[in-house]
Every structure is written in structure tokens, then in C-alpha cells.
Design a binder for this molecule. Structure first.
Ligand SMILES: *Cc1c(COP(=O)(O)O)cnc(C)c1O
Length: 235
């Protein structure tokens, strides 16, 4: 296969960037303030390589095992791997070695394990705290009420640079319900800032709901399907 087999990626990427920019304009925001994290989960190294040819260098993945195999296949290409999925503590070692950022930090036990492994590697990484803003059992994240104490406790872990918050909105036909999740995350960040925590990032919004997230202040949207197409493997 040659790169031209993935020529649809350029069109998809341009169209997502255009829709993100339009959502920014509609919200009176500067498009430069909203980045797009391409979510490459379930797609192989060839697809990631083709996306890199478009200038993309950060990729979101939800399984450490997948980061491991793609990082190996694409060794030396300078990709920043971003963990966006629920993270088991026993994966901390691989994360400390391979990831440049974790957006799914949701408990102290994980922070402790990551910090220990990162110190061992002599590295520090950016982290976002995943907050559960929707009622579904299947969703992970810290309970909103626990955020202030969690932020205080994280001060102890010097290899974790806490940059902001991440959430997945409720899966709903009702845009107001979805928007409510994004609003909640923004308010939590603003409250944390008032408590003296230097949080800026809000990672929220995916292929199906990113305009609403941008309207509520997202600084990063995580987009898989709209860039790479439908995933065959269910995750
Ligand atoms: C898969 C995934 C995305 C991207 O979802 P799409 O609907 O394909 O854009 C975003 N965030 C997380 C945490 C994911 O697991």
C-alpha cells in the first residue's frame, strides 16, 4: 500500500479543522485557542504514518498496549502519544516510558504509580484530570466533588504537570444535556483556578459533539471517527 490509499485523510482533516474553526467563530472564540487531538485508536501504523504526512504529530489512544505496538512500528518518528482511555495502575511503567501526556488521570493510586515510574525514567509529563460529568456507569472519572482535594494531593507528585480537565459528555439526543456536561467541566476548572491551581486545558468534545464543547470553552477536542473513519473494532 502507498500513502495515496489514505488520501481521504487530507479531506477529512481539512473538513474537521474547518468545522472546528466555524464553531469557534460562532462562539466568538479564536480558532488558535482550540486544538484537535486526532484519535487513532484501532487504526494501524500505516494510517498514523499517513496522518503524519499531513503534519499531525500528537495522537490519542485509549489502550496502552496499542501505544506500545504503534510506538514500536513508528519508532523514531517523534510522535507524542496521548493516553485518553481508562488506565490500569499496572500500565504505569509503559506509560512513563512511551506517553507524552495522560488525559485520564482519575485517582491517587494511579498518580502515585505514574510519578514513581516517571521519576525512574527521569521524565515529567502533562496530565489532565478526567472528571465524570455524566451518570452512565460505563464512564470513568473523578467525581466532581472530589476535585478540590484531588488537586491538592497532586501537588506532591512533581513529575505530573497538571494542565487541566478532561471529560466525556453523556450520550444523549438532547443537546442541552450534552452541553451541560461541558459547562460543568468549565465551571470546575474556573473554580479550581480561583483556588490557585494553574489549570488551562479543557479536553472535551468528540466527533459527534465538538461544536457544543467549543461553545462551552473546550481548548482541545478529541476527534477519531470524523478524521479516520468508522472503527471496525469496537472499543
Ligand atoms: C474514541 C474516543 C474519542 C474519539 O471519538 P470519536 O467519536 O471517534 O471522535 C474521544 N475521546 C475518547 C476518550 C475516546 O475514547
Amino acid at each position: 500500500m502507498t500513502d495515496s490509499d489514505y488520501s481521504y485523510l487530507a479531506g477529512n482533516w481539512a473538513s474537521v479543522r474547518e468545522r472546528v474553526d466555524a464553531a469557534c467563530h460562532a462562539a466568538g472564540r479564536d480558532p488558535a485557542d482550540v486544538s484537535i487531538l486526532p484519535v487513532s485508536k484501532t487504526f494501524g501504523p500505516d494510517v498514523v504514518r499517513a496522518a503524519m504526512a499531513l503534519g499531525l504529530t500528537r495522537f490519542g489512544e485509549n489502550k496502552v498496549q496499542e501505544i506500545r505496538s504503534k510506538a514500536e512500528a513508528l519508532a523514531g518518528s517523534g510522535i507524542d502519544w496521548v493516553v485518553i482511555g481508562h488506565l490500569q495502575t499496572n500500565k504505569a511503567k509503559d506509560v512513563a516510558r512511551l506517553a507524552s501526556e495522560v488525559q485520564s488521570l482519575d485517582r491517587l493510586e494511579l498518580a502515585e504509580a505514574l510519578d514513581r515510574r516517571l521519576q525512574h525514567e527521569g521524565r515529567a509529563i502533562d496530565v489532565l484530570i478526567e472528571v465524570k460529568t455524566s451518570p452512565e456507569e460505563s464512564k470513568h472519572g473523578l467525581a466532581p466533588a472530589q476535585l478540590p482535594a484531588f488537586l491538592e494531593a497532586l501537588r506532591a507528585y512533581q513529575s505530573l504537570r497538571v494542565r487541566g480537565l478532561m471529560t466525556l459528555a453523556v450520550q444523549s439526543e438532547d443537546p442541552e444535556a450534552v452541553r451541560g456536561c461541558f459547562l460543568q467541566l468549565r465551571l470546575l476548572r474556573d473554580a479550581a483556578r480561583e483556588q490557585g491551581h494553574d489549570l488551562t486545558s479543557l479536553s472535551m468534545g468528540m466527533s459527534g459533539d465538538f461544536p457544543l464543547a467549543i461553545a462551552e470553552g473546550a481548548t482541545e477536542v478529541r476527534v477519531g471517527t470524523a478524521i479516520f473513519g468508522k472503527r471496525v473494532t469496537h472499543v
